[in-house]
Design a protein around this ligand. Structure first.
Ligand SMILES: NC(=O)c1ccc[n+]([C@@H]2O[C@H](COP(=O)([O-])OP(=O)(O)OC[C@H]3O[C@@H](n4cnc5c(N)ncnc54)[C@H](OP(=O)(O)O)[C@@H]3O)[C@@H](O)[C@H]2O)c1
Length: 277
């Protein structure tokens, strides 16, 4: 079955919108981006549109590659600003920007994509303030299938801090037995063939093909690869779709649900702010 990420996303957005209407006050999300990477601009603007669609006010703060000091001044001001509830940093930041300083500076209660070291620690300690948006989307999609995850063998390809590692941790929390693969893994197919649940998050087109998965696999493809102007995932959709019990397409799978989770986490940040009043 092909998972409809847009449909799942719309349902989450409706819930978020309804809750915001009940509050009668608009949460505010600040998006900071530096440099002039075109795709970062597109991502930032699409987040603004998504926010507007549910009643969240979003503002993008642009900085040039040379404005690192101004970037951190603004981040510190937004950390303290009572009217700003969520903060997101559009990655990647320009070369030379102190990314570790970003992780240590962002206010953890506004850190809606869970990038700070503090929030990462809380996530792995099982006491998260926020769950990072893409991993949260992946777990939501899996839960939405109705498949009982307990005792399943989940294989995650990718071990980045923003994606692979948190997904593996969240699957452990669901009582899966988890294998994490990466670029140094020997015989990737040996591992993928054992997966009941396979999460691919490597950023390598056609990394997983039909002959590498078992019948009935639940395949979640988080990869985004642009090839000849089109977007592809990491899995070869055509050769896997008839073998998989569930599969996410790219585009239209994990991506839209991730966007919905940004909105959901912004609402959570807003609730933290309301609680602290
Ligand atoms: N859908 C969404 O909303 C969303 C959000 C964020 C990211 N993404 C996409 O998800 C993908 C991963 O993102 P990321 O930020 O996690 O990327 P990343 O930081 O580059 O990490 C990629 C991971 O994949 C592993 N890897 C690379 N080549 C491999 C191979 N041939 N075999 C096995 N593992 C391999 C790397 O291993 P090493 O650790 O050994 O280098 C690394 O752990 C990208 O395509 C990105 O665009 C999608």
């Amino acid at each position: 079955m092909i998972i409809d990420g847009k449909e799942i996303s719309n349902r989450i957005k409706e819930e978020v919108k309804r809750e915001i209407q009940e509050f009668g006050y608009k949460p505010r999300l600040a998006i900071l981006m530096a440099g002039d990477d075109e795709s970062s601009k597109v991502y930032a603007n699409s987040k603004v549109k998504a926010c507007e669609s549910v009643g969240i006010e979003a503002k993008v703060y642009y900085f040039s590659e040379k404005e690192e000091d101004k970037f951190f001044d603004t981040l510190e001001k937004l950390n303290e600003d009572k009217d700003t509830h969520g903060i997101m940093i559009e990655m990647p930041l320009p070369k030379g920007f102190d990314v570790d300083k970003v992780y240590d500076t962002i206010n953890p209660y506004k850190d809606v994509d869970c990038i700070s070291n503090y929030n990462m620690g809380r996530l792995f300690a099982g006491k998260p303030l926020f769950v990072p948006c893409t991993p949260k989307a992946i777990i939501h999609i899996l839960e939405n299938t109705g498949v009982d995850l307990e005792g399943k063998h989940a294989v995650v390809i990718g071990r980045s801090n923003i994606l692979g590692k948190p997904v593996a941790k969240l699957l452990l929390d669901k009582n899966c037995t988890v294998t994490v693969c990466h670029s140094k893994t020997k015989d990737l197919a040996y591992h993928t063939k054992q997966a009941d649940v396979l999460v691919v998050a490597a950023g390598k087109m056609n990394l997983v093909r039909g002959d590498m998965v078992k019948e009935g696999v639940v395949l979640i493809d988080a990869g985004i690869n642009v090839h000849e102007g089109k977007i592809y995932g990491d899995a070869d959709f055509e050769s896997i779709k008839d073998k998989a019990s569930y599969i996410t397409p790219v585009p239209g799978g994990v991506g839209p649900v991730t966007t919905a989770m940004i909105l959901k986490n912004t609402l959570e940040a807003f609730k933290y702010a309301v609680k602290s009043l």
